[in-house]
Design a binder for this molecule. Structure first.
Ligand code: CTP
Ligand code: CA
Length: 224
């Protein structure tokens, strides 16, 4: 996975990447999840390794194999991902939050299987907000560290998509935000992606559409 050629501009850099989607348990056999496959995060890990970086991959329920050369940390829930990425970020030159983190988790995790007979014809789940991990990383970021977030949006109108991206950047305070349209047929399982990258001020840095590997390359250019 590693090269030392002329493209090895990330030699000596430590890059932390979160990938996949968190799952929030309801009971021992069920969870609330999302459709993130982890492909874009894994492509970022592969591309960073190929450019000579040392990579910590914080993996939440990946549907694809992780590269063998990464330091792999497996997590399940948003709180587990928060603990792992906060720990890894302390020594990182760059942190890329490609994971789809559950915004809410069940208030109570049932010790035994939730039974239909005990719940009836409707079931109300009470959920509580997970911490905003990216915003937390932005608050505690050390100087020189590059922090990159993703924004998953279903908004079809390109102008309104940008407005949403800029609002999200203002809430997160990271260095770059990769705005990514997702939907029933777009984004997740695909090998291709289309992104618009905003800088801290909300200005467009680049627009790329192509394979998740070529998109990964452009995202890593932001670190160099
Ligand atoms: N993220 C995070 N912690 C959360 C939720 C999201 O760190 N609890 C990160 C994601 O990894 C991503 C970025 O924040 O890098 C944006 O995630 P997204 O779901 O698009 O934005 P939210 O702020 O959760 O807003 P919403 O889902 O309401 O659009
Ligand atoms: Ca969210």
């Amino acid at each position: 996975d590693r090269t030392d050629g002329p493209g090895a501009d990330l030699v000596g850099k430590h890059v932390v990447i979160t990938a996949g989607g968190t799952r929030e348990p309801l009971d021992p056999v069920r969870f609330l999840g999302n459709r993130s496959s982890g492909k874009q995060g894994v492509a970022l890990a592969q591309a960073a390794l190929a450019r000579g970086a040392s990579v910590t991959l914080i993996a939440a329920n990946l549907e694809v194999a992780a590269p063998t050369a990464v330091e792999l940390r497996l997590v399940g829930t948003a709180l587990e991902l928060e603990a792992a990425v906060t720990d890894a970020a302390a020594g990182a030159d760059a942190v890329i939050m490609a994971a789809a983190v559950a915004d809410y988790r069940p208030v109570q995790v049932s010790a035994g299987k939730i039974k239909k007979d005990e719940t009836g014809d409707t079931l109300l789940l009470e959920l509580t907000r997970n911490p905003d991990i990216l915003a937390g990383l932005a608050r505690t970021k050390r100087t020189g560290q590059v922090l990159i977030g993703f924004a998953a949006e279903t908004e079809p109108d390109p102008v309104r998509l940008l407005v949403l991206g800029r609002e999200k950047m203002a809430r997160k305070g990271c260095d770059f935000l990769v705005v990514n349209r997702v939907g029933w047929a777009e984004g997740f399982a695909s090998d291709r992606n289309a992104i618009t990258v905003l800088d801290h001020d909300g200005d467009i840095v680049c627009e790329v559409s192509g394979t998740k590997m070529s998109v990964a390359g452009r995202i890593l250019d932001l670190i160099g």
